[in-house]
Design a protein around this ligand. Structure first.
Ligand code: HEC
Length: 103
């Protein structure tokens, strides 16, 4: 009986998970600097939360081929496959940006 209830709860929760992209396996690589939800964790690292997907994809492609020659980023994405980079771009793009305080 408990199992049935658990199964029903899981099914009810599924659409919530389907709405957002799955958490990428390589997220830990980026989170040290950009945070898990795209809010930067260190000085000099940009926030990525809510950034346009095409912009993130393009930026990653530029680090990849050297048009953006920034050592930390080139080292960070070196071992990551194109499919994984795309998953990371989709993840960060889907995160809600932090509300800005008005000056
Ligand atoms: C050691 C810290 C560090 C790590 C780890 C790191 N980044 Fe970065 N990232 C930076 C810094 C610093 C910049 C700004 C570089 C520049 O001036 O172009 C940056 C820039 C970017 C940008 C461009 C943002 C923009 O507004 O143009 C993207 C996209 C990005 N990182 C994604 C990632 C992803 C995805 C990962 C994980 C695979 C990752 N980064 C790992 C430090 C890091």
């Amino acid at each position: 009986m408990r199992l049935v209830l658990l199964a029903a709860l899981l099914v009810a929760a599924l659409p919530v998970f389907a709405a957002a992209p799955a958490r990428p396996a390589r997220l830990g690589l980026c989170a040290a600097c950009h945070g898990e939800t795209g809010m930067a964790q260190m000085p000099g690292a940009p926030n990525l939360a809510g950034q346009r997907l095409d912009y993130l994809r393009n930026a990653l492609a530029q680090y990849h081929d050297g048009r953006r020659d920034v050592a930390v980023m080139r080292a960070a994405i070196g071992p990551v496959s194109d499919a994984e980079l795309d998953a990371l771009a989709r993840w960060y793009s889907a995160q809600p940006p932090a509300p800005q305080a008005r000056p």
